[in-house]
Design a protein around this ligand. Structure first.
Ligand SMILES: Cc1cc2nc3c(=O)[nH]c(=O)nc-3n(C[C@H](O)[C@H](O)[C@H](O)COP(=O)(O)O)c2cc1C
Length: 270
């Protein structure tokens, strides 16, 4: 199918690329999910997550890309209060240790941050990576062994976005001694706990990252981290200048107004 979408300034490029197959509203839904996703810690409600919804978000995770189609993940669904309590205790120990790692001036702020919702959320899920899932030699992992772990991270992101689209909050908790976490969840040696997430219905989704609101860190300007031809390099190319101007304009809108659907309604103008 021929598409004229986009604002391609390079006249030598053919216009015979495939249409996305998405209607504007469908594209809008994807961007909306991405820009309104939040890490949720303190807004969980006790309402149960239906099996239907959980099946859908797990399915979205399972259809993530993976190196050599390895699908190295397992999803350990945790609902028992006793198991959650053990994990919560593990968090508390690591959290106290972590506080001392920050410079003194930031310790109080760190302590006041809520960084998990393990007990409050009805469902916890550990997403793992089985490094032996597809034998010792895996297409794409031959020169970069960490690619299997990256694949499991892709599954986590799919799960996170699907949850947001379902109206479910998800919070990633990583402040643990991972060896002890493995023992609580009976993970074999070869299996890495890539992510431990809390999932559930929420009272509301915050507009901005909590760490931003708390003054911990600000969102970086995208233009500062888009480089050309080499790390940290700018460019004299007019294409680069136009791209950076567009990026500034787009991010300014998102930061001041929040995402309002403009990406989808008029992709070439936004
Ligand atoms: C790998 C990873 C580990 C994280 N670990 C934690 C964590 O232990 N506790 C926590 O509160 N948030 C954790 N987060 C969430 C981040 O703090 C959050 O994504 C970031 O502040 C931006 O906020 P947002 O997700 O709401 O946009 C983690 C996120 C990632 C990607």
């Amino acid at each position: 199918m021929v598409s004229m979408k986009g604002n391609n300034m390079d006249q030598s490029v053919s216009n015979t690329y495939a249409d996305s197959g998405f209607a504007d509203a469908e594209r809008e839904a994807l961007y909306k999910t991405i820009f309104t996703r939040r890490d949720v810690r303190g807004q969980f409600t006790p309402d149960p997550v239906s099996e239907e919804a959980l099946s859908r978000v797990l399915m979205a995770a399972h259809y993530a890309p993976s190196v050599g189609f390895m699908q190295p993940w397992n999803f350990v669904v945790v609902r028992a209060k006793e198991t959650k309590q053990k994990v919560r205790d593990l968090f508390q120990t690591a959290h106290d240790e972590a506080a001392n790692m920050f410079e003194e001036a930031r310790r109080d702020t760190y302590h006041n941050l809520k960084l998990e919702g393990i007990m409050e959320s009805p469902i916890n899920i550990c997403i793992t990576c089985d490094r032996d899932r597809a034998g010792p030699v895996v297409i794409g992992r031959t020169h970069a062994p960490v690619m299997d772990v990256y694949s499991s991270v892709c599954a986590v992101q799919n799960l996170w976005l699907a949850a947001r689209a379902e109206g479910l909050g998800l919070g990633w908790v990583s402040i643990f001694n991972h060896k002890h976490l493995k023992s609580i969840l009976n993970l074999p040696d070869r299996v890495i706990p890539v992510a431990y997430v809390c999932l559930g219905h929420v009272s509301h989704f915050k507009d901005k990252p909590e760490l931003q609101t708390a003054g911990w860190r600000r969102r970086l300007p995208l233009g500062d981290v888009v480089n050309f031809e080499g790390y940290d390099q700018g460019s004299d190319d007019p294409y680069a200048a136009r791209l950076l101007a567009q990026i500034r304009e787009d991010q300014e809108k998102i930061e001041t107004q929040g995402y309002r659907g403009d990406f989808a309604s008029d992709p070439s103008a936004f």
